[in-house]
Structures are given as structure tokens and as C-alpha cells.
Write a protein that binds this ligand. Structure first.
Ligand code: B1M
Length: 220
């Protein structure tokens, strides 16, 4: 395990130098040494992204560098980790339908897309509404797809309040009693989730899947 920790450390360093090829190589190496795709995300890629965010806050990185960090993260996901997640998931059962999106005003899509992929791999049907999703679009999708769960992501302290608006819109449409609501994203906490009346909070994608299963009473 010490070997993997060293590898994650190298991956983080190369990530912050935006060395695309080396990062992908190290991610592949971690998988071949027994790491799960989620380990690579949570132990290396996400901490590297968080460090990019800290550097941005301190003025050491500019927006252009955050954009490149986003592109790099997506490229590692698309080329290395997603194919592996799909291969390992191979779910044949259908557990329920989830409508997912990043709330209005928020364009961050990496975390939301990881959650969507993990849910699909676990056997959920996932309707991904993308980013900057207004409350009425969530409501419309719940009706159209007869969804069991609404899953919302927010990364900005300004946009997390939109989650409450979506819950209100579901209530007004008379749908709140028939759908469960789960929230997550860097800005969100468990306390905030309770405060706005969500049914669950996912700290990361694996927990999000676990909570969705629990909310629908699915046995592991
Ligand atoms: Co932005 N950004 N950004 N950004 N960005 C943050 C969020 C920030 C914390 C950076 C910082 O200053 N330290 C800061 C927010 C400050 C705040 O609100 N308190 C910030 C800012 C300020 C901004 C802009 C306003 C910058 C500007 O324009 N001046 C702007 C806003 C644009 C907008 O949305 N309207 C902006 C833009 C961008 C980019 C476009 C450049 C880029 C996004 C690229 C993209 O998504 N395609 C970007 C990035 C990359 C970041 C950071 C560095 C990384 C985000 C990320 O992808 N993380 C971020 C700093 C940070 O998060 N520490 C930052 C990796 C991802 C895997 O993690 O999304 O948290 P995350 O998802 C996790 C969990 O949270 C969870 O599972 C995932 C997997 O583990 N999860 C869920 C997520 N959704 C879930 C839903 C669930 C359950 C779990 O249930 C439904």
C-alpha cells in the first residue's frame, strides 16, 4: 500500500504540472497495482484538483489553469477510469431512475458526471440534465421519466441555495412525496442538506450510490 501512496503522490505532482500523458500513465499503473477507479479519484485526482483550487484562491493559478485542470481530470476519467468503472459495474438489474444535474448558475460538471457514472454502473437508469439546470427542468424530467430520485450537485456557495428552490418547485408540482432528493458537491454539507429538507447527502460518488440504494430500500 506504501507503493500506491507514493504513486498517488507522483500523480498529484504531475497533475499540478498538467503533464497529461504522465498522469494517465500513473492512473493506469495504480489500477494495475490493484487500486479501484474510485481510489484513484479520491486519493489522487480529487486532492490534486483541490490543491489547484487552493492555488487559484491564493492567486498562484489563474482561471486558465483551472480550465486545464478540468480538462485533464476529464481526460483521465474518459480514457482511463470510466472504461474500468463500466467494466467492473456490469450491472444487469435496474434499481430505479435518477434525474441528475448541476443546479442553475453552476457550470462545474466533473463531480456530477462521476456520480452519474457510478450510479449507472450500480444499475440505476440515469437521466443527466447537464449543468446550469433550472428548477423547472428538474420538475419536467421527474414527470417525463417517472423518476425515483432527484440528484443535485453544486460547487459554489452562491448556487447551493438553488437546491432549496428545486425542492420547493417539486413541492409545488405535487411531486415531493413521490421522489427522494439527494444533494452533494464541494459546497454542500450534511447539515445544509438537512436544513433544506433533502433526504440524503453524498460526500463522494461511492456514498451517493450507497444512499440512493438505501433511499429505495435496495439490498446490497
Ligand atoms: Co471553479 N470554483 N469556478 N471552476 N472550481 C471552485 C468550486 C472553488 C472552490 C475554487 C476556489 O476558489 N478554491 C470556487 C468556489 C468558491 C465558493 O463558492 N466558495 C470556484 C470558483 C470561484 C469558480 C468561478 C466563479 C471562477 C471565476 O470565474 N472567477 C467559476 C464559476 C463558474 C460557474 O460555475 N458559474 C469557476 C469555474 C471553474 C472552471 C470552469 C474553470 C472549472 C470547472 C470545469 C468543469 O467542471 N468542467 C473549475 C474547477 C475545476 C474548480 C475546482 C478547482 C475543482 C472542481 C472539481 O471538478 N473537483 C474547485 C475547487 C474545489 O472543488 N476544491 C472550484 C473534482 C470533483 C471530482 O470534485 O465536484 O467536489 P467535486 O465532486 C465530488 C464530490 O463533491 C461528490 O462526488 C464527487 C466525486 O467524489 N459530489 C456529489 C459531487 N456532486 C455530487 C452530487 C451528489 C453526491 C455527491 O448527489 C447528488
Amino acid at each position: 500500500m506504501k507503493e500506491l501512496e507514493e504513486l498517488y503522490g507522483r500523480l498529484k505532482e504531475e497533475f499540478l504540472k498538467f503533464n497529461f500523458e504522465e498522469v494517465k500513465k500513473l492512473a493506469r499503473e495504480a489500477l494495475s497495482r490493484g487500486a479501484s477507479p474510485n481510489d484513484v479519484i479520491e486519493r489522487a485526482l480529487r486532492p490534486a484538483m483541490e490543491e489547484a483550487g487552493r492555488r487559484f484562491e491564493k492567486g498562484e493559478f489563474f482561471l486558465a489553469e483551472l480550465v486545464v485542470a478540468g480538462d485533464l481530470f476529464k481526460e483521465v476519467m474518459d480514457e482511463v477510469l470510466l472504461p474500468e468503472i463500466k467494466k467492473r459495474g456490469e450491472a444487469s438489474r435496474k434499481l430505479g431512475t435518477v434525474v441528475i444535474g448541476t443546479v442553475r448558475g453552476d457550470l462545474h460538471d466533473i463531480g456530477k458526471s462521476i456520480v452519474a457514472t457510478m450510479l449507472r454502473a450500480a444499475g440505476f437508469e440515469v437521466i443527466d440534465l447537464g449543468v446550469d439546470v433550472p428548477p423547472e427542468k428538474f420538475v419536467e424530467a421527474v414527470k417525463k421519466y417517472n423518476a425515483d430520485i432527484v440528484a443535485m450537485s453544486a460547487l459554489l456557495t452562491t448556487t447551493m441555495l438553488e437546491m432549496k428552490n428545486v425542492i420547493e418547485a417539486l413541492k409545488q408540482a405535487g411531486l415531493r412525496d413521490r421522489v427522494k432528493v439527494i444533494v452533494g458537491g464541494a459546497a454542500v454539507t450534511e447539515e445544509f442538506a438537512k436544513e433544506i429538507g433533502a433526504d440524503g447527502y453524498g460526500e463522494d460518488a461511492v456514498k451517493a450510490v450507497k444512499i440512493c440504494k438505501e433511499l429505495l430500500g435496495v439490498e446490497e
